[in-house]
Each structure stands twice: as structure tokens, then as C-alpha cells.
Design a protein around this ligand. Structure first.
Ligand code: HEC
Length: 129
């Protein structure tokens, strides 16, 4: 009984903690969902940490964008990123090796993925609006 209730309170603390993070993120986009989708669909090329060094990157030319490079990424506007992710590299005159995700990810998922990508940038991304 004692063991169970201790486990219960640890679980509860974890849930409350996760809830606070989710709530903060939900104000604009769901970064946790964005991360999940990124690891699922983007990391094979862009790498788990977004450095452009995923397992499939070695065969690609040009290389997948390094999403941690804030000097490049921070200059790209949200609506540009949305177009690339939804419709693929070709939609913005880039490589067709960057696939479009509009058939797989909802617009909300894409917004969430972009919000997650923004967290990777060094120096950090500061929204202009
Ligand atoms: C099959 C490999 C592959 C996958 C999977 C992939 N990408 Fe890419 N991505 C690329 C390549 C290659 C480029 C570079 C295109 C270029 O420079 O012409 C790129 C470029 C980009 C860029 C930068 C565009 C620019 O103008 O600099 C963004 C943003 C991006 N990808 C986001 C994503 C997101 C988000 C996902 C997952 C939903 C994803 N990519 C999945 C290969 C991939």
C-alpha cells in the first residue's frame, strides 16, 4: 500500500510537470508535438538534434539544412518555412530531395514542427512580431 501511494505521487508529479510545459507551449504551438513529428519524419535526414546529419544525409547533395545554425535559420520567415515543409524544397526553388509533407502532416502539425525547429537555433531565434 505504502509503495503504491509513493509511486502514485511520483506519477502525479510527473503528470503535473508535463502539463505545465504543455500548457506553456499551447499558447502558440505545441512544441512537444512538433518534436515528436520531427523525430518521426525529419530526423532521418536532418538528424535527431537538427544538425543536418541524420543517417540518410550522407547520400544527399545538397545536404539537409542544419537547423541549429541560427545565423541562417533565423533569417527565414515562418511563412517561408511553412511553404517548404508543406510543399517541399521545389516550391521555394530548393532541392526536391527535401520532400513536401502536406499529405502526411496537418497544417497544425507543420506549425508545431516549425515551432520546434525554432527552439534548435543557436543563436536563439527571436520572433520579430
Ligand atoms: C529525405 C531527406 C529529408 C527529410 C526526411 C526532410 N528533409 Fe528537410 N531538407 C532536406 C534537404 C536535402 C534540404 C536542403 C535543400 C536545399 O538546400 O536545396 C532540406 C531543407 C530543409 C529546410 C530549409 C529550407 C531552406 O530554404 O533553407 C527546412 C526548414 C526543412 N528542410 C525542414 C524539414 C522538416 C520540418 C522535415 C520533416 C517534416 C524535413 N525537412 C524532412 C532533406 C530532407
Amino acid at each position: 500500500m505504502v509503495r503504491t501511494s509513493r509511486l502514485g505521487s511520483i506519477l502525479l508529479a510527473g503528470l503535473v510537470g508535463a502539463g505545465v510545459v504543455a500548457l506553456a507551449a499551447a499558447q502558440q504551438a505545441n512544441i512537444a508535438n512538433g518534436k515528436e513529428k520531427y523525430l518521426e519524419h525529419c530526423a532521418s535526414c536532418h538528424g535527431k538534434e537538427g544538425k543536418g546529419d541524420g543517417p540518410d544525409a550522407k547520400d544527399l547533395n545538397p545536404k539537409p539544412r542544419n537547423h541549429t545554425d541560427g545565423n541562417v535559420m533565423n533569417r527565414l520567415r515562418d511563412n517561408y518555412l511553412f511553404t517548404v515543409v508543406k510543399n517541399g524544397g521545389q516550391a521555394v526553388g530548393k532541392s526536391d530531395q527535401m520532400p513536401g509533407w502536406g499529405n502526411i502532416l496537418s497544417d497544425q502539425d507543420i506549425t508545431d514542427v516549425i515551432a520546434f525547429v525554432r527552439t534548435l537555433a543557436k543563436p536563439p531565434y527571436k520572433p520579430t512580431r
